[in-house]
Ligand binder design. Structure first.
Ligand code: AHM
Ligand code: MG
Length: 334
């Protein structure tokens, strides 16, 4: 089948039947994420005008308060999903606790919970570098019609039913999986429509890009230091190229297209690394595996880790399969 000109809206409808629970609820949920992404994209693209139209905390000419973009993105995703009554709970990297959405009304028997990092890489906003949104969707484990509990959110990554990200870059893209491969859609901002531009995305089996904050090198575990030295060694297809944007979504996206590895290891300064298991690592791991890549904490598959708290952190190594395997080999032998 030709994918030419297929929009995300059409794609969602056409693929709804391939999803094992076909109530349409998941489709509606992804549709609402698509909508929120467009709203956030519009705001992110105006970020450079902040000195002209006012800073966060100021009141603009219409008397509206200017919000910081990460707060704006958080509010937009939460409001969009709450108002449409399509989820029973939301957890956000920006919120201390999860939000339970009242689903006791008979008409609101929602089954899904969403975990979201509304604006990842937000330190890059002020300098006009790409940022992203990451989302992760699970079926609740507690009974429908009762308020959600923490158990609905603390599920292993291998229980995800969908995950995706939006990258607000040179183009805005929405990339997601429902467990049937990974597809990428590019926004045509003139008409506000996402088109299928990257069908069936795949990590190359091997790659030659490594992405890690090498400023932390002296604090890394020996296995990671050894692997970085291996990447830099002149032998075969090495040395590899170093590329680090500091926006997980953008570094991951580039590595998926070109072949590469992203690492945020633990260090002597951060015992469990920096990235969050539930909002960042699990969704990216699901996408990676669906695209023939791999994600690990250095020893264990990310999606097999049992979460114990909402905001828990985990070391993260993710990318082309044979590169991640090699990094794990160095970790084992260190
Ligand atoms: P954030 O959720 O506070 O934005 O942090 C996550 C980001 C990732 O996108 C990025 O890969 C990493 O933090 C960069 O961290 P560092 O500046 O320590 O290298
Ligand atoms: Mg983040």
């Amino acid at each position: 089948m030709s994918h030419r000109n297929q929009t995300l809206g059409e794609f969602i409808i056409e693929n709804q039947s391939s999803f094992k629970y076909t109530s349409g609820e998941l489709s509606r949920l992804i549709n609402s994420i698509r909508l929120a992404a467009k709203v956030v994209n519009y705001e992110v693209n105006k970020a450079g005008l902040v000195d002209i139209i006012g800073n966060a905390g100021d009141t603009n000419i219409q008397g509206e308060d200017q919000q910081k973009l990460d707060v704006y993105a958080n509010d937009t995703f939460i409001k969009t999903m709450t108002k449409r009554n399509i989820v029973c709970g939301i957890a956000s990297e920006e919120e201390d606790d999860f939000i339970a959405i009242n689903s006791q009304d008979e008409n609101h028997q929602n089954k899904y919970v969403v975990l979201i990092d509304p604006l990842d890489g937000s330190s890059n906003i002020d300098v006009n570098v790409s940022v992203g949104t990451i989302f992760s969707i699970y079926r609740r484990v507690t009974p429908v019609g009762t308020p959600v509990t923490i158990a609905d959110f603390l599920q292993k990554g291998n229980k995800q039913v969908a995950a995706g990200y939006v990258v607000y870059g040179t183009s805005t893209m929405l990339v997601y999986t429902t467990g049937h491969g990974v597809n990428g859609f590019t926004l045509n901002p003139a008409i506000g429509t996402f088109y299928l531009s990257h069908p069936d995305m795949q990590f190359p089996e091997n790659g030659n890009i490594y992405s890690v904050n090498e400023g932390n090198y002296s604090h890394f575990p020996k296995g990671i230091k050894d692997y970085i030295k291996y990447c830099q060694m002149e032998e075969g297809d090495r040395p590899y190229t170093s590329r680090y944007i500091g926006s997980l979504v953008s570094d991951f996206h580039r590595n998926m297209i070109k072949g590469g590895i992203y690492m945020y290891p633990k260090s002597s300064m951060a015992a469990k690394g920096k990235l969050r298991l539930l909002y960042e690592c699990n969704p990216m791991a699901f996408i990676a595996e669906q695209a023939n890549g791999k994600a690990s904490d250095g020893f264990t598959r990310i999606m097999d880790i049992e979460p114990t708290e909402l905001h828990e952190r985990v070391p993260f190594i993710c990318g082309s399969k044979s590169m991640v395997q090699k990094a794990e080999e160095f970790m084992r032998n260190a």
